[in-house]
Design a protein around this ligand. Structure first.
Ligand code: GRG
Length: 295
């Protein structure tokens, strides 16, 4: 029998891919490159961790993931896809490979990749604004996503990342960078799923503790994989952190200590789920998956 978590993740991936197929613009002949580039970048695989967190978090709160989670999961994955397209640009990390395929600016061109990233970002907000949800909840979701992805969230983290290249930074600085660059969107995924399911303040607080731990764990594991995995397994260039002279957890604390930190963060995340009982099984599975994943 399939492992229930594997089944859950595959189901989230299928739901999200179907939702994205629906909300992305159709490419009619003669096609504009922008729409092709948007579809190329959003429908090219990806683990769909942020989408899965939306469904799992709603399930933890309500014992089920309401249909509105589909729009929320799509919005999160659209923002994530945009961030990857822009992150890969020559002005940022200058990467040629993403999800095992040429990056957007290599498959198309730089100007099209910039536009595709922009349009994926605005489409994310369109998805939320048109979701079948009470207006006040829609506003809360739009606000949560804007705050997590903008100047006080992911974009701020990217700015810190660029500023930290070729410069030694401290562990607290590295943690702050990753809490913004990677953690903010992961925390928003958990929070938005919980909001859609009608979470109480106490539930939101417990889930914030969970998401802060897995957000950081995600990045610690990413740094470990950059050393221990291969370009083929990762679908992106292995060793890119070292090539860009970036500070990483293994670089600052050693590989073994980084692995211990990831395991500690996984435990911290699991403890935060105590009050949710069995309903949080998928969130617990995601915490383990994030730390134990191999790509
Ligand atoms: C240009 C205004 C402006 C903002 C740019 C580019 C950017 C904002 C932010 C970049 C943030 C970024 C790329 C974070 C990396 C996070 C990360 C570890 C990505 C990999 O996530 P996975 O492993 O990827 O979930 P898949 O492919 O599985 O979806």
């Amino acid at each position: 029998m399939t492992n229930p978590f594997t089944h859950f993740l595959a189901d989230c991936q299928a739901r999200t891919n179907a939702g994205l197929e629906q909300c992305l613009p159709v490419v009619a002949a003669p096609a504009l490159r922008l729409k092709q580039a948007m579809r190329y970048s959003a429908l090219n695989g990806g683990k769909r961790v942020r989408a899965a967190l939306v469904y799992a978090s709603a399930h933890a709160v309500a014992g089920t993931a309401p249909p509105a989670c589909d729009a929320i999961a799509c919005a999160l994955e659209l923002i994530h896809a945009y961030s990857l397209v822009h992150d890969d640009l020559p002005a940022m990390d200058d990467d040629r490979l993403r999800r095992g395929q040429p990056t957007c600016h290599i498959a198309f061109d730089e100007a099209t990749a910039i536009l595709a990233g922009d349009a994926l970002q605005t489409l994310a907000f369109e998805c939320l604004a048109t979701a079948e949800l009470p207006a006040d909840l829609r506003c809360q979701l739009v606000l949560a996503l804007a705050q997590a992805s903008g100047h006080a969230g992911m974009a701020a983290g990217q700015d810190m990342d660029l500023a930290a290249e070729n410069r030694a930074i401290t562990l607290p600085e590295l943690e702050n960078l990753h809490r913004h660059k990677t953690g903010a969107l992961i925390s928003a995924s958990v929070r938005m799923g919980a909001l859609a399911a009608g979470a109480t303040h106490a539930q939101l607080a417990a889930l914030d503790t969970y998401s802060a731990a897995i957000g950081l764990a995600f990045q610690v594991q990413d740094d470990i994989l950059d050393i221990e995995s291969s370009t083929e397994a990762l679908g992106k260039t292995q060793g890119a952190d070292i090539a860009h002279n970036k500070s990483t957890y293994p670089g600052l604390m050693g590989l073994d200590a980084a692995k211990q930190l990831a395991a500690r963060l996984e435990q911290e995340a699991l403890q935060a789920l105590d009050s949710f009982g069995d309903h949080a099984d998928a969130l617990a599975g995601l915490a383990r998956y994030i730390v134990q994943r191999s790509y």
